[in-house]
Write a protein that binds this ligand. Sequence first.
Ligand code: ADP
Length: 355
Amino acid sequence: MLRSNSDQLHRVKMIRNYLPIILFVIVASYESWEHLLLTGNFKLDFHGTSEVLFFGVIGPTSVFFVLSYVVSLLEKQMIAAGELEALNITLEQKVEVRTKALAERNAELAAANEELQKLDELKSDFVSLVSHELRGPLTTLNGGIELALQDGESMSPESRRTLVVMARESERLTEFVQTILDVSRLDAGKWSLNLGAVAVTPLIKHVIQLLNADRHRDVDFDEQRGLPPVWVDETALEKIICNLMTNADKYSPSGKPIELTANLKHRHLEITVTDYGAGIPTAMQSRIFERFQRLESGDRITTKGWGLGLYFAKALAEAQGCTLSVRSPAHEDGEYPGSTFILTVPLANEIPADA
Ligand code: ADP
């Protein structure tokens, strides 16, 4: 670029220097020729000389000045182009240095990421192993306590009470180990889903029965007829609904019902679980789905839990194309604002044939 500009400048300078001389020679020759035709000799008189000087100097001089101006413009353009090129080179060098640094940083991050993934896998394997190893002895322990309690009559009331507490705590520990095992399997992508067409109404009724077997809580299920089947893993969906209902039961006062609905919404089915508990503050509504998150309320002391249920339920829901969210308050009533957990589930007939 710079080279072609300097060639151009050189040519314009040549034209500027020689063109006025050529023009002068042309004018002088023309005037001499005209003088020869008119007078028959080459000797120029005053009139001829002044014509040569007038036309042969003014024209070429003007051409010289105009071309000088063009030369000065070209020189300025050349300087600017030179500066631009220098700037470009500096920039290119800077970009090259930065690109190299970024590539190095990227490689470092990729290595760190790989390391973290390995550690995470190690942690998951460790947690799974420990949970597995704990499950066996716990099953034996639960069975033993249950057997001992069957023979409770022969025991002193004190021993029986201790055994009942042991049974409850051991059951809680078993539940915890199972939750940890489920979460680590899901996190490690080792939870295999068996997707298929599932009828929601019988599944919900089954969950209500399960809940009623353990606790006494009124459940109002607004049963809709003719709901289309959904495309999910039946056991996983049951676990999610069970989890939401257990929470609704845990976090609402006795005597207040749990409300359950299942409705067709555009291209999916919406299942809602509503309670009459203390509700969930807006700022915490997304956080309760994170691991080990529990609300800072009185419930935290009175209600046992690990803050893993909703994390697990949401992850399990998303793994099969569902969504899980919460809306609170659910009621106008200030004393029992409550919460509504909303689960959207894909319809079986909306799933492409090759899914
Ligand atoms: P856990 O119940 O074992 O603590 P979860 O992940 O199921 O764990 O719930 C996380 C937290 O969200 C709970 O500790 C509780 O503070 C809050 N929460 C969950 N469900 C409800 C509900 N229905 N009403 C009020 N708070 C709730």
